[in-house]
Every structure is written in C-alpha cells, then in structure tokens.
Design a protein around this ligand. Structure first.
Ligand SMILES: [Mn+2]
Length: 331
C-alpha cells in the first residue's frame, strides 16, 4: 500500500482538521493545501487550521492567489469528539504547534522529532528539505493529477524552505522540484517571488544591523520588540551570509518571552537544531534542522530582567557550542 493510501486508511470518522505549525510559512500552507486536495479526491472534506498569525506577505499572497482557506484555531471552539487531526509540517509536542486536544493524530513532517508520539499514521522524513516535497510525492506515486495552483504552491514551498535549493536539499526535493517546475504557473510564481519584503520589515532589519555583535564566527542581533517569527528567521538567513559568520543568532523580545532563530552555514560544522536544544535546556524550548532552528524562552516566573536573560542565553549558546565542537573533535 502506498504511503498516501496508508494515511487515508487511518482516517475513519468524523471531522478532519489539517493543522500546520504555528505562524505557518509557505511550506506549511502549501503542504496543507496539497493534502486537502488529496483528501478531497478520496471523498474526505478537511479544514485547514493554524495557531498564531499569517504574518508574512508572501504566505498571505499565496493564500490569496490560490484561494486557500485556513481558520485560526482560536475560532474553532472545542473539537467534536470524533475529530481527527493531520499535522502538516509539524509534530505533536514539538513546541511550535498548538495542542488541539485530540488523540487521533497523523503527522506528515520533515522536522527532527523532539518528542515521539503514538500516531495513527506518520510519515516523518528528516532528510527532506521541504514538507511540500513529501506531499508532492503522494501525487506522483499514486498517479493523481496535480492542479496547476497546487503545483505552483508546492514548488514555492520547496523554494522557500530550501532557500532556493541551497539548504538541506535531498534527492526527493530535487525530483519534485524538477517535476513541478514546468507544471507551475510562471506568472503566479513571479508574483510570489517579486515582493517578499514589506517596507515595515526594514525597521527590524535596521535594528538587527545596528545591534549586531560578532563573537568569533557567531553573530548575535536583536530585531527589536515583537518582530514576526518568519522575519526573525529571514534576518538570520541574511546575517549568516556575512563573510566570516558561520552561525547567526537573531532574537526578538515579546511581553511573554524571547523568540530566537539560528542559522548555520555548511562550513560551521555545527548542527543548529542540536545546539539550540542544548542551549535552551532548562530555560526554554527549541529545535530544528542542521542549518535552521528556532527557540523560545518564556519570561514568566523569571526574576531576571530581559537584558539578563539575553546574557544567560548567550552564555548557554557558547557552552553548547563549545561542547558540540569538543564532541565533534573527539568523535
Ligand atoms: Mn517546512
């Protein structure tokens, strides 16, 4: 039985929700959109939902171009008892996905597992650069015709998550990219790619540039308060491209906590996901891939000032990094 058919055979009853990680990005939304259509082909209606906001222009633009409907979980109310949830680009207990309090869960994802869970069905492939590649493969493996708007959305999801095929790409990403490249709507793709920065974003870029500090090959920068999550990540991407920087750490302070994004380049020899897990142990939660990772430090119940918490997390980073390098050298 194909992976898709195994997944479908585990959908038995009730209402089906396709839930992305919080503050969904183009990979999460395109994958959810692709999954919704696959279910529809099998006679199953599903609602796409997410927690947080769609806070980036390119994600909103994609939803508008392809008429993708997604509901904020805050507006869902309590789920009917026989509901099923398909997590897309997300895993239960991963720290960046809201718990819908439903135990019949399926996951299709490409993030490293932080905490395992007894899923009805899961297809979790850490080595794949974009969740969109996994969803695309379900179409080709099962001979399901892919509508042009789904091809365009999934192709864009792959482009964004792999930084234009430069980050974490594996054979499946390349195969799906090649297959969908000539299927996608060029005009829509251009619209998505030609306006990815909003004028308000420049304030956060400006803050990060003026606060950047280099500690050897690591850069630390502060975007200022309440910066959208995906923008913190974009700025981290921007800063890891600086010559001599092989790990960029960018953060933003909110009322309830500090959001952090880190990026490493190939020459760093460091695994961003492992380092952030270690660095935030005991003070917050984090996780991610080798080259991209994120984390959060809640300020609740902390007696230190924000500045002091920032110092603590920077210290932790250095310790985690030093340990990591030592383990690598002795391995
Ligand atoms: Mn993704």
């Amino acid at each position: 039985m194909s992976r898709l058919n195994s997944l479908i055979s585990n959908i038995t009853s009730g209402r089906v929700y396709i839930q992305t990680h919080n503050f969904p990005d183009p990979d999460a939304i395109s994958s959810a959109f692709g999954m919704q259509y696959l279910l529809k082909v099998h006679g199953i209606d599903a609602i796409i939902c997410y927690k947080g906001q769609i806070d980036r222009h390119n994600t909103r633009k994609m939803m508008e171009l392809f008429d993708i409907k997604a509901v904020n979980v805050d507006r869902l109310g309590a789920l009917p008892p026989d509901s099923q949830v398909i997590l897309i680009d997300a895993q239960k207990n991963s720290g960046n996905v809201y718990d819908l309090s439903c135990d019949k869960v399926i996951s299709v994802d490409h993030h490293p597992t932080v905490q395992s869970y007894d899923y009805l069905y899961s297809d979790i492939r850490e080595k794949v650069g974009a969740c969109a590649s996994i969803i695309a493969s379900y179409y080709f493996e099962n001979g399901i015709e892919m509508p042009v708007e789904i091809a365009t959305a999934l192709l864009y999801g792959i482009k964004v998550d792999t930084a234009q095929l430069t980050r974490g790409v594996n054979a499946l990403d390349l195969e799906m990219f090649t297959k969908m490249f000539f299927m996608a709507n060029v005009k829509h793709m251009n619209e998505l790619e030609s306006s990815t920065i909003e004028i308000e974003d420049l304030q956060a870029y400006g803050n990060a540039i003026s606060t950047i500090e280099l500690e050897g090959p690591i850069s630390f920068a502060n975007t200022g308060r309440d910066c959208p999550e995906a923008l913190i990540a974009e700025i981290a991407d921007f800063m890891v491209a600086i010559k001599d920087v092989c790990m960029s750490v960018v953060y933003s302070v909110r009322t309830e906590g500090i959001k952090i994004s880190i990026r490493t380049d190939k020459k760093s020899g460091c695994n961003a996901g492992q380092i952030i897990v270690e660095a935030l142990e005991g003070i917050g939660t984090g996780g991610g891939h080798e080259r991209m990772a994120g984390g959060y430090i809640p300020l609740r119940n902390r007696i230190e000032s924000i500045d002091e918490v920032v110092v603590i997390f920077r210290d932790n980073f250095h310790r985690a990094l030093a340990r990591h390098m030592q383990n690598k050298n002795t391995a």
